[in-house]
Ligand binder design. Structure first.
Ligand code: AKG
Ligand code: FE2
Length: 319
């Protein structure tokens, strides 16, 4: 058996406070070292979360035939059944920016009459997460350089959009001490905001390759940077490998909100971000081409585990 992992206390960004030099420098440090941090005072109420998690529980207790009407081989394709990402993982994707319509499309199949309430809850969550993503991204840009949020927010990130994945991990069997709920991967997007339930199962891989348990932090959400951000920052911000290890004999529910560039975006780190005299470690690339590279197969849009943006667009310099 492998050694038991050490636990990792992530840096905390308090969104109720105006960013100051000290909070910006600890955020930057966290983004460079781990690409992961916690946010507190994020404005997502427990009430909204519990409404959405109650719908999620209802969804995942539906019979497989109902869920399979939403994918992977139906025309809707919002549902990823078990045995694609892992035997324990199933997920439902709701695409923004029109979260209501997207939720309605799946909700009609899953809930029939009750779908309106589901769509409203998802819309509210999607809207709040969108606002939150914009805000966090601005602070990250501020931490990267003086005035960078004004210079780059609109021009570079102005067309970003979000999508939500409602994820259910089924419990490992009694004979298993620990199983992989979601294997090692990096997120493709710019940034992910994760609302995990109270089961701590998320692990992040250090630069040295050591798996670390993310230490839970009450009332916080977990933010992690994705490959698009790593490429856009010329590798100075980190998109870390992470995975989910299931240990408790119960379901785990998580809500992952992905904030991503538009498909046609050409990712090319601005000169000021690269910095004078530094080498470019990524070739320019179009987002959709990278998403295609990572696709599991042409039917399923799940991330292909193992391939990262460095494999796809790395120049081989400075790695
Ligand atoms: O469920 C989790 O805690 C993590 C999910 C995740 O990493 C992902 O969906 O990319
Ligand atoms: Fe992830």
């Amino acid at each position: 058996m492998s050694q038991s992992p050490s636990s990792l206390k992530l840096s905390i960004l308090d969104l109720s406070k105006e960013p100051n030099p000290s909070s910006l420098s600890s955020l930057l440090e966290a983004c460079k070292e781990w690409g992961f941090f916690h946010i507190i005072n994020h404005g997502i109420s427990e009430e909204l979360y519990s409404k959405l998690s109650s719908f999620s529980r209802q969804i995942y207790s539906l019979p497989s035939e109902t869920k399979l009407k939403l994918g992977p081989s139906s025309s809707v394709k919002s549902y990823t059944p078990q045995f694609i990402a892992s035997p324990f993982y199933e997920g439902l994707r709701v695409l923004g920016p029109d979260f209501f319509s997207s939720a309605e499309c799946s909700g009609k199949v899953l809930f029939g009459q009750k779908s309106n309430e589901f769509s409203e809850v998802v819309q509210e969550y999607g809207f709040k997460m969108t606002e939150l993503s914009k805000r966090i991204l601005e602070v990250i840009l501020m931490s990267l350089g003086d005035g960078f949020e004004k210079k780059f927010y609109e021009t570079e990130f102005g067309k970003c959009y979000g999508y939500l994945r409602i994820i259910n991990y089924s419990p490992p069997g009694p004979s298993h001490e620990e199983v992989e709920g979601l294997g090692k991967h990096t997120d493709m997007c710019c940034m992910t905001i994760l609302y995990p339930d109270d089961v701590s199962s998320l692990q992040v891989r250090s630069k040295e390759g050591k798996w670390m348990d993310v230490e839970p932090c009450k009332g916080s959400l977990v933010v992690n940077l994705g490959d698009m951000m790593e490429a856009w920052s010329n590798g100075s911000l980190r998109s870390s490998e992470h995975r989910v290890m299931l240990r408790k004999p119960r379901n785990r529910l998580s809500l992952a909100f992905f904030w991503t560039f538009e498909d046609e975006k050409l990712i090319f780190a601005p000169e000021e971000v690269v910095g004078e005299g530094n080498n470019r470690i990524f070739k320019p690339f179009v987002c959709l081409d990278y998403i295609r590279f990572r696709e599991f197969d042409d039917k399923e849009r799940y991330e292909k585990v193992g391939n990262t943006v460095r494999d796809f667009a790395g120049t081989g310099v400075g790695m």
